[in-house]
Design a protein around this ligand. Sequence first.
Ligand code: PGA
Length: 260
Amino acid sequence: MVTRKTVWIGTNWKMNKGPAEALAAAEALKAYRAPDGVKPFIITPFTSLQAVASVLKGADVLVGAQNMHWEESGSWTGEISPGMVKECGADIVLIGHSERRQHFAETDWTVSRKMSAALRHGLRPLLCIGESLEEYDFGVTAETLSRQLKIALHDVAHADLPNILIAYEPVWAIGAGGRAADTDCVAKVHAGLRAVLCEIAGKDIGDRVPLLYGGSVTQDNARSYVSQPNVDGVFVGRAGWSVPDFEKLIERVIEERAPA
Ligand code: PGA
C-alpha cells in the first residue's frame, strides 16, 4: 500500500524527439493535473529544452535537461553550461546517467563537480547511480553505490541535500536488454542508500532525500517499487516516452493509494 509520501515520477526522453515532436508532447502535457502528492517530470534533449520549458512553465510537469558541464563558460566545444540550462527554464538537471558514464567517460569526479554547479545555479540535480553487471556479480553493489554517492555528494552542503533527487539505476536493468530489479532487492539497496545518506548528513536530513528507482520500470511493476518504504518514486525511459503511457504510468502508481 502506497502511503502519502511525495512521489516523483519522471521520464528521460534520451535521444528521442526532435524539436517538433518534443513541443507536441509538451503541449499535450500542459493541461495535465498531477494527482495530489505526485511530482511528474520530463527530461528533454537540449534541442527542445527552452521550448518545452516555456510551454510547461507553471504547469504540474517539471522539466529537466539530460546533462550539463560544471564550468560557467569557456572553451568546451559541444558542452552546455549550468547557466545555459537554467536560462532555458529547466527545473532539474540529470547528472551521471549510466549511459553518460558508460559511453561518454563521465566519472565520479565530473559528477561531483556537476552536482555543486547545478545547486549553485538553483537547479535540482537528479543524480543517477548504479552498479554494473560485473559489480553486481562480484557482490559489491553496496560498496559501489556508497562510493558513487559519497564522491557525488562530497561538496554538497548538507542543507542542500533535500533539494536533490537520487535515482538508483542498476546498469544491468536499463534499456531494451535490461531486466527490472526485484522489488526486494531494490528495497534492500534503498535502505542501504538511506543509511549512507544519514551517515553523511545525519538522520534529519538523510531521511528527507528522495530516492527513486529506475531500470525497466513498466506500468505493471512501478507501483510495487513505490510501495517500498525508501522508494520515493520511479525514473523511467521507454515506459514514459509517449504522453498517454506516461500519464497511465502515474495513474497505475497511485492506484489503491492510502487515503490522505
Ligand atoms: P528504461 O530506462 O526505463 O528504458 O529501462 C531507464 C533509464 O535509463 O533511466
